[in-house]
Design a protein around this ligand. Structure first.
Ligand code: GDP
Ligand code: ADP
Length: 198
């Protein structure tokens, strides 16, 4: 899931994790300082630049990017573990990270882009979140059009006007995508079983 900052990724991710017990959140590492209320290991793993580059060089990151002057990356092992256990994994990452995951995951990646209803509303949400200074908000607004220019590379686009509606749309996307994959992976055996009892 990607979006310009403030469009609602974190809010929609939390709603999805609360209602869907088959999905695991990929917790990224970042060199950005924690916001008030953010927990190390839950929202992000907050690490130094040195540690970040060490992880990158040891190929412990599935993808990484610089966003708003900070470094962000996806630890590889937890993702591989969750997928091996048959879970789905939710990534809250930018367009650069999505492009790298496409290389690694191919058809198993479902890309969702979240748009704000208007730019005024986007600015309002960034201000009302009240966790970033006005210069950080300005920087994020300035980057919004660059992030949004990538919307067409995604499989689905959601205009996040109302949280309940957007959450229902994401649930519908996951249901449909899971059914597509069940058909590809699990149903051959199932139909063979049905045929045996005919
Ligand atoms: N490529 C990449 N981007 C990330 C990762 N983690 C977070 N991001 C992106 O970095 C940007 C800034 O995230 P953050 O500082 O938490 O701000 P917020 O998204 O506005 O709450 C967002 O576009 C995130 O999706 C990651 O592991 N990899
Ligand atoms: N549909 C919505 N309507 C109104 N406010 C929203 C909506 N979605 C998110 N918000 C609010 O906007 C702010 C930014 O949302 P957040 O989920 O942190 O965005 P992101 O993770 O994309 O930066 C938060 O204060 C959140 O409560």
């Amino acid at each position: 899931m990607s979006s310009p900052s403030g469009a609602g990724k974190t809010t929609l991710s939390r709603a999805l994790l609360a209602s869907d017990h088959h999905i695991r959140m990929s917790v990224s590492v970042t060199t950005r300082p924690p916001r008030p209320g953010e927990l190390d290991g839950k929202d992000y793993f907050f690490i130094s630049k040195e540690r970040f580059f060490e992880m990158r060089d040891k190929e412990e990151l599935l993808e990484w990017a610089e966003v708003f002057g900070n470094l962000y990356g996806t630890p590889r092992l937890p993702v591989e573990d969750a997928l091996a256990k048959g879970r789905d994994v939710l990534f809250d990452i930018d367009w650069q990270g999505t492009q790298q995951l496409e290389q690694a995951m191919r058809d198993d990646l479902v890309r969702i882009f979240i748009l704000p209803p208007t730019t005024d509303e986007l600015r309002d949400r960034l201000i009302k979140r009240a966790q970033d200074s006005s210069s950080v908000v300005a920087k994020r607004m300035a980057e919004a059009s660059r992030e949004m220019s990538h919307w067409a590379e995604y499989d689905y686009v959601i205009v996040n006007d109302d949280v309940a509606t957007s959450s229902a749309e994401i649930t519908a996307i996951l249901t449909a995508e899971r059914l597509r994959r069940t058909r590809r992976i699990g149903l051959t055996e199932f139909v063979r079983g049905l045929n045996k009892t005919l």
